[in-house]
Design a binder for this molecule. Structure first.
Ligand code: SAT
Ligand code: MN
Length: 598
């Protein structure tokens, strides 16, 4: 008899257990350690969802919203000490420190396991251990990966079932294989002193303790789909990237697929769901993914991308009918809101929502909100978790096991100065350098100061599961395996003018930049060669209908200021020096070339 049955007591639901001996053995060992009262095998069904929602509401973990206004939607307050990713508690545990590299926290795997063992011992006494089998990526894709998360958080289960394909689909994909990610998660007493988000890439394992929030706890997302996956991708010849993927369809019906990397909370979800301005008749944007792309060279010679996720974990503040109408429709049902503000009668609100704040608002900490207090009602990193199938602009290709062929890769940061609206790299190697030297202002998505420019290579600084220098090398090495290389671009929606106003309106108007980018990919748009790359001139871009965008304003937005660039080179060098021992020579050449051109 399966020994696990002795402690599985959950009636008729979630009976779906696999026969896979590796799964059973590992779960038994974990259960022996954490000593749960029950084991609940999640099957991802609607019936199970209804049951778990009811349990979560009973336990006060979720608060139902007004079901007329917000059908199927719930609210969650997190612990106020647990509201974002914690980079200082995130570890890459490889045998050699060099493997993790200077940009990651490192601990020797044995030492970390010992520490965690002590914390996990008996940690689920009197609690239920949920077994979450999940598949990252479309069913039947050679790029998809199976993970199993063991967690004591019902909130995590309910979020994971939105964010990943959960249940039988994962067991079927796995079969009797040993090739799955082992994820153990427990909230413990949610004490920041006992918070460790630990990755063991050599064992394809994650152990996360002490946090129940987002990227710390939904292990399929940043932990597996970026940190572990980037490590696997290096060894298996593919890329796991912090990128949205979208499809641009032009009036002739031609489809072009674009991947774009921006740091957390810099508008990836908005860009992925963008609605073109009125003047763009016949143009359409559809969403493949809004946060993560797995990309592998395909037999057709192109780089193909899938979105490993099945839902969106998006930033709520600033989301409204103007900034992102598709997101507003997506979150209108079956959504879990975390740390936004709410009203006693089950409505939600956040800074930058369409309507002014309703009376009687309850802030993200659960206290009555005083508009004069100067405090935000919603936490700046408050989130919505929504199924991607709710997105009216969902691409038909989102579920395609073949993925989509990428024509353009865009890197972008949040920069008040220095970086023009857009430029194109001269070559793949130059593009890798542009991504590698990227900087961006920090946001509320991670604990720490906000608004400081830091180097965030390819928006992967917090997510690269191995040595960043080797990661650049892997990017360059990919060139040999892709026959038809995507073109590489850099954008900055956030440059400010002398008066401190944004130079560019952003949102739907970004379509104009996208049109230039895909025009470049198809050899249909002109540009001028400048020191930093190919740059559009005023007449190269479609600016029709933008009265405020005069030639002067355009030139100011596109300006390459020698003083600012001197400073930029110094900042870039700080990261490169840190990575010096593993930095590919080509990166140094690219830097020298840039210095010479400037
Ligand atoms: O909390 S998450 O890491 O999932 C969101 C983000 O930072 O991108
Ligand atoms: Mn992200």
């Amino acid at each position: 008899m399966n020994p696990l049955q002795a402690i599985s007591s959950q009636g008729k639901l979630g009976k779906l257990q696999p026969n896979n001996p590796f799964v059973l053995d590992w779960i038994q060992k974990t259960a022996d350690l954490v000593q749960p009262e029950n084991i609940f095998w999640c099957d991802g069904s609607e019936e199970e969802k209804a049951y778990l929602m009811e349990q979560a509401v009973k336990q006060g973990v979720l608060i139902p919203l007004d079901q007329k206004k917000w059908p199927g939607c719930h609210y969650h307050h997190s612990n106020p000490n647990d509201v974002a990713r914690v980079e200082q508690c995130t570890y890459i545990c490889t045998r050699r420190q060099k493997e993790a590299g200077p940009t990651n926290n490192w601990m020797e795997p044995k030492a970390m396991r010992q520490k965690l063992q002590a914390l996990l011992q008996g940690s689920m006494k009197g609690r239920t251990l949920f077994v979450i089998p999940y598949l990252m990526g479309p069913s039947g894709s050679r790029l998809s990966k199976v993970g199993v998360e063991l967690t004591d958080s019902i909130y995590v289960v309910l979020n994971m079932r939105i964010m990943a394909r959960m249940g039988k689909v994962a067991w079927d994909h796995l079969g009797n294989s040993e090739d799955f990610n082992r994820g153990t998660h427990t909230v413990l007493d949610c004490n920041p002193e006992r918070r460790f988000i630990s990755h063991f890439p050599e064992e394809n394992e994650i152990i996360s303790v002490g946090s129940g929030y987002g990227g710390n706890a939904l292990l399929g997302k940043k932990c597996l789909a970026l940190r572990i996956a980037s490590y696997l991708g290096r060894d298996e010849g593919w890329l796991a990237e912090h990128m949205l993927v979208l499809c641009v369809q032009d009036p002739e019906g031609r489809k072009t697929y674009v991947a774009a990397a921006f740091p957390s909370a810099c508008g990836k979800t908005n860009f992925a769901m963008m609605i073109p301005p009125h003047s763009y008749k016949g143009w359409k944007i559809t969403t493949i993914g809004d946060d993560i792309a797995w990309m592998k060279p395909a037999p057709d010679g192109r780089l193909h991308a899938i979105n490993p996720e099945n839902g969106y974990f998006g930033v709520a503040p600033g989301t409204n009918l103007k900034s992102n109408p598709n997101a507003m429709k997506t979150i209108a049902r079956d959504t879990i809101f975390t740390n936004v503000a709410r009203t006693p009668d089950g409505d939600v609100w956040w800074e930058g929502k369409d309507n002014p704040p309703p009376a009687d608002l309850i802030d993200w900490k659960g206290k009555p909100w005083d508009p004069r207090s100067g405090e935000k009602a919603a936490h700046p990193n408050s989130r919505f978790t929504s199924p991607m199938k709710n997105n009216p602009a969902l691409a038909v290709e989102a579920d395609d096991p073949q993925g989509v062929p990428i024509s353009a890769i865009i890197f972008g940061g949040r920069r008040a100065t220095t970086m023009p609206l857009v430029f194109q790299a001269f070559s793949w190697f130059h593009g890798v350098f542009v991504g590698a030297s990227m900087g961006s202002e920090t946001t509320a998505a991670a604990v720490g100061s906000v608004g400081q420019v830091r180097r965030d290579p390819m928006a992967m600084l917090p997510f690269c599961g191995y040595n960043m220098g080797q990661y650049f090398d892997h990017w360059m090495e990919m060139r040999r395996h892709i026959e038809i290389l995507p073109r590489i671009f850099h954008v900055n929606w956030f440059r400010k003018d002398g008066a401190g106003r944004f130079c560019w309106p952003g949102f739907g108007e970004n379509m104009r930049v996208l049109e230039w980018i895909i025009g470049r990919c198809h050899g249909q748009k002109d540009a001028r060669e400048k020191s930093i790359g190919w740059v559009p001139r005023f007449d190269d871009m479609n600016l029709k209908g933008m009265e405020e965008m005069t030639r002067e304003r355009f030139d100011e937005m596109m300006k390459i200021d020698p003083e600012e660039w001197r400073n930029e080179l110094v900042l870039q060098n700080e990261l490169f020096l840190k990575l010096y021992h593993e930095l590919p020579k080509e990166m140094i050449y690219q830097r020298e070339l840039l210095v010479a051109r400037l």
